[in-house]
Design a protein around this ligand. Sequence first.
Ligand code: NDP
Ligand code: 8X3
Length: 253
Amino acid sequence: MDNPHDRTAFITGATAGFGRATARRLIDNGWQVIATGRRADRLDALRAELGDALHTACFDIRDEAAMRAVLDSLPERFRGIDLLVNNAGLAQGTKPAQDALLSDWKTMIDTNVTALVTLTHALLPTLIARQGAIINISSTAATYPYTGGNAYGGTKAFVSQFSLGLRADLHGTGVRVTAIEPGMAETEFTVVRTHGDQAASDKLYGGANPMTADDIAETIFWVASQPAHLNINRIELMPTSQSFAGFQVARAG
Ligand code: NDP
Ligand code: 8X3
């Protein structure tokens, strides 16, 4: 965006990880931010840290009525949203499909897909009116399957393809859309994925020298800082320590 001053970003999932780091990065660079999440204490701490440029909204993003109430009650100063960062999301479970919990799959679909499209749909009129931008946080899991990735990868494939579909539909409106597809990054993501099992969480990314939340915030900030004539369609990024494996082969005998 040409002039970051007086620009407003709506960031979902700003109580931790990528979303919180992005709120800091944008406000440091003159933006106003609406920060959301379920943990009120985290939002209060962020407000105390970042001051008046931050507006907080505490709600479960799966709760459509709560989401709409938040949008309807935004202070006047925060109503002109120029950037939607659809970041709130999670993985739950690491087991193969046949051992996975259906409840985990439903939680991921409700959060990563249904809530994301609901919020996007609600904010499209504002974003079109302001020729704004949407940055959707997808994952390398959208493209590269791995054992235990099942429904999580499916939700992120949706996010990446939905981003491209939005690009097509918003053609000519001036609204830009980007999917950011990170690989392993150190946040609370793995603790959530393992349902709070710290030892199991440590094993997932332990010793891997993963990316940081600031790496992703920097990427989001870079995308949001491009001039209006330039749309970054998608960015895939990984730690240097992560790359690709071959196909599995189950051999007879
Ligand atoms: P964190 O667990 O650190 O942060 C997740 C954020 O999402 C939190 O602020 C959390 O807030 C919010 N959130 C989750 N569920 C809900 C909900 N039901 N309602 C409202 N907010 C919710 O993870 P990351 O920062 O790593 O994850 C951010 C995004 O990046 C996710 O979409 C994730 O899938 C994606 N991603 C992560 C990667 C990684 O390796 N870390 C790699 C690729 C993509 P609260 O709990 O307070 O509600
Ligand atoms: C998170 C990255 O590789 O753990 O989206 O699925 S991965």
